[in-house]
Write a new protein. Structure first.
Ligand code: GAF
Length: 406
């Protein structure tokens, strides 16, 4: 199967037998391009079931890894060079392992070379290597394609350099690459779930201390991802603006309660008392973050108790809080959520990820998932004139090395 130019699939093809075929194809491509045998790693994208823009406020998130991933094949080189090839972009970039770049170039290679630079900056000797990358995480769709490239690359480079990271430490290396090298001021959620995802589970992650609880997703519930086809671009201004507003609201509360270092520690009562000292937008953003933390913990408890109706209710509340208070949705995502409401099998729907476009996540009874997706696709196309992509997924495991055999 050709890797380059792969159309987004109706059903993701990474996991299972077809996933191993993709990995074997990447290995063959690496062998013929570089004349060397690669070790192959994979790292998944993610959906977030609930808990949006709470991670950098040291709050709670509940993401699940999905069966779309980036594959990274790596082999050592003896010339001290780092050669990185992306099959998705059909392009190669060359770096000197002894003189790694210090900052991003606005190019796809920022992610793999960024994690390499961060690992090197921690004092680890990085030898020359050849790295081949390919992935099927839809780009710019809010499903964390960049985190999956970072994690697959970091795992490959760390393994080649003989560096062993714990799961949380590897996620932090990748987040540092995103923050310090690429220059996107994002939280820890995406890298953490790509590293630590668990088959058939979501993770209730406490972003304060990176402890987490595994929350089983019932076998009869499918993750139906509906792509609005509106490109989300949060490296740009909006994500940073929202984060600054959240931090400004927190600073107002901290003037009265110095123990509040992050909105994780604040309450709605704080907003009632001191909200009038805040810029009106900052107040709305803070109300979203504070109530979202409560909803996220409640949703995990409801899922653990098997109370799916409550999970759905919380997802709906989360969506409208994200749309109206956080103002991070868009007309198309609001439509996608609204048009899903009366469809058979729906448990809950909301916009997932950084916002301003991208995908909605729909928890749907598995046996009704296909019918749900087809009807919603038709309704959405009729309403917006846009043909959406749908992916019926399950929660997959986190990043790992693949054993491809001979
Ligand atoms: C993006 C960021 F990368 C995450 O850290 C998180 O803040 C998310 O947006 C919003 O919940 O995916």
């Amino acid at each position: 199967m050709p890797l380059h130019g792969l159309e987004p699939a109706q059903q993701p093809a990474f996991q299972g037998e077809s996933g191993m075929r993709n990995a074997a194809t990447l290995r063959d491509l690496h062998r013929s391009r570089f004349g060397a045998e690669p070790a192959v790693f994979s790292a998944p994208g993610r959906v977030n079931l609930i808990g949006e823009h709470t991670d950098y406020a040291q709050g709670f998130v509940m993401p699940a890894a999905i069966d779309f991933a980036t594959l990274a094949g790596i082999s050592p080189r003896s010339d001290g060079m780092i050669v990185i090839y992306s099959e998705n972009y059909a392009e190669e970039r060359v770096f000197d392992a002894a003189a790694l770049p210090k900052q991003a170039a606005g190019h796809w290679s920022d992610y793999p070379i960024g994690v390499t630079a961060i690992i090197a900056g921690e004092g680890h000797a990085i030898p020359g290597f050849s790295l081949s990358l390919w992935g099927d995480v839809p780009l710019g769709s809010g499903l964390s394609s960049s985190a999956s490239v970072e994690v697959a690359s970091a795992l490959a480079v760390a393994s080649l350099a003989g560096v062993r990271y714990s799961g949380p430490a590897l996620a932090l290396v990748c987040q540092r690459a995103e923050n310090e090298f690429v220059g996107a001021n994002s939280g820890i959620m995406d890298q953490f779930i790509s590293v630590n995802g668990a088959e058939d589970h979501a993770l209730l992650l406490d972003c304060r201390d990176l402890t987490f609880k595994l929350v089983p997703i019932p076998a009869d519930v499918a993750l139906v991802i509906a792509n609005t086809m509106v490109k989300h671009a949060h490296a740009g201004g909006e994500y940073g603006t929202r984060r600054a507003e959240v931090e400004a609201a927190c600073a107002v509360i901290a003037r009265h309660r110095p123990e509040v270092k992050f909105l994780r520690d604040a309450t709605v009562e704080d907003l009632e008392r001191w909200g009038n000292e805040m810029d009106p937008n900052a107040l709305k953003r803070a109300r979203h973050v504070i109530t979202e933390n409560t909803r996220t913990v409640a949703a995990a408890e409801a899922l653990l108790r098997g109370n799916l109706a409550e999970v759905g209710r919380l997802m709906a509340e989360a969506h409208w809080s994200y749309s109206r208070d956080f103002e991070a949705s868009c007309i198309e995502a609001d439509e996608m959520v609204e048009l899903a409401q009366d469809l058979p099998g729906l448990i809950g729907a909301r916009l997932t990820g950084g916002g301003f476009g991208g995908c909605t996540i729909n928890l749907v009874k598995r046996e009704q998932a296909l019918g749900f997706a087809k009807t919603l696709a038709g309704r959405y196309a009729a309403r917006t004139g846009i043909n959406p992509d749908f992916h019926i997924c399950h929660a997959s495991g986190g990043a790992h090395r693949l054993d491809l055999g001979p």
